[in-house]
Design a protein around this ligand. Structure first.
Ligand SMILES: NC(=O)c1ccc[n+]([C@@H]2O[C@H](COP(=O)([O-])OP(=O)(O)OC[C@H]3O[C@@H](n4cnc5c(N)ncnc54)[C@H](O)[C@@H]3O)[C@@H](O)[C@H]2O)c1
Length: 255
């Protein structure tokens, strides 16, 4: 087996279509020598159908990150396919409609709580569920959308991402002693199901087209996926609590 991730065993969450960032991660990871186990949420048969489009067959385990039984059983379910994990990819986000598209001032706590549970707290819960399978050198990688700014229509999802960015630093702090890294990729806008659920998402598209110094493709998930692979590989052995921007350089430019 050759490639950047030769011999590595990965758990990849978040595949729902072949446009999912997680699908690109799983595909590239397999092409680079990794063994991939997927998790699916909700429409499992759909995830299994999409999984068949990967270069190699990948088993799919059902995981709703808000379901404590799913999390408690995760390590045993994963062990049915691999004897340990070298990497976990958290590619999960959800916020009820009230939390997005300008609803910041009116969204009720119950909806905000759902957004934070699925998009923020789950980063820690997923890592802990997988921890019994990980050993020194293993890595957790998640996806954020630059939360240092307030974006026009991102609203509570932006707050959830700010929490995720902090949670990743705390995970780095608490798992560092065990030699486990935690890093995030801050991707620019990509046309996925999650993105399409944000009313006014086209504002991001226009802004990136105008301002990203390297240019930006809204339909090419590979640059973000490549960064995930790099962070999962042995080539960032002393990097944790970091956020790597994969946004065509947008974050670095003033308007
Ligand atoms: N698309 C973008 O523009 C963009 C930019 C930056 C970061 N991101 C982040 O990338 C990650 C992946 O999103 P995507 O854009 O590939 O969209 P996507 O819709 O393809 O993936 C989102 C995934 O979250 C999963 N999910 C939702 N609720 C869940 C739950 N309770 N338990 C388990 N899984 C659940 C869905 O099943 C889906 O697979 C998210 O964290 C998203 O916020 C996306």
């Amino acid at each position: 087996m050759s490639g950047l991730l030769a011999g590595k065993r990965l758990l990849v969450t978040g595949v729902i279509t072949d446009a999912s960032i997680a699908f690109s991660v799983a595909k590239l990871a397999q092409e680079n020598g990794a063994q991939v186990v997927l998790t699916g949420y909700g429409r499992l048969s759909l995830v299994e159908r999409i999984a068949k489009r990967l270069p190699e067959p990948a088993p799919v385990i059902e995981v709703d990150v808000t379901n404590t039984e799913h999390l408690a059983g995760l390590a045993d379910r994963v062990r049915e396919h691999v004897d340990g994990l070298d990497g976990v990819v958290h590619s999960i986000g959800f916020a009820p409609q009230s939390c997005l598209g300008g609803g910041f001032l009116d969204a009720p706590w119950e909806d905000v709580a759902t957004a934070l549970h699925v998009s923020t707290f789950s980063y820690k819960s997923l890592a802990m569920a997988a921890l019994p399978l990980m050993s020194p050198g293993s890595a957790v990688v998640g996806l954020t959308f630059d939360a240092t700014k307030a974006w026009p229509v991102y609203d509570w999802m932006g707050v959830a991402k700010a929490g995720l960015e902090s949670a990743s630093r705390y995970l780095a702090l608490h798992l560092g002693k065990q030699g486990i890294r935690s890093n995030l990729v801050a991707a620019g806008p990509l046309r996925t199901i999650a993105a399409k659920s944000i009313p006014g998402f086209d504002q991001f598209e226009d802004a990136w087209a105008e301002r990203a110094p390297l240019g930006w493709s809204l339909t090419d998930q590979e640059p973000a996926a490549r960064a995930c692979l790099a962070l999962l590989s042995d080539w960032f052995p002393a990097t944790t609590g970091e956020i790597v921007h994969v946004d065509g350089g947008y974050h670095a430019i003033g308007s």
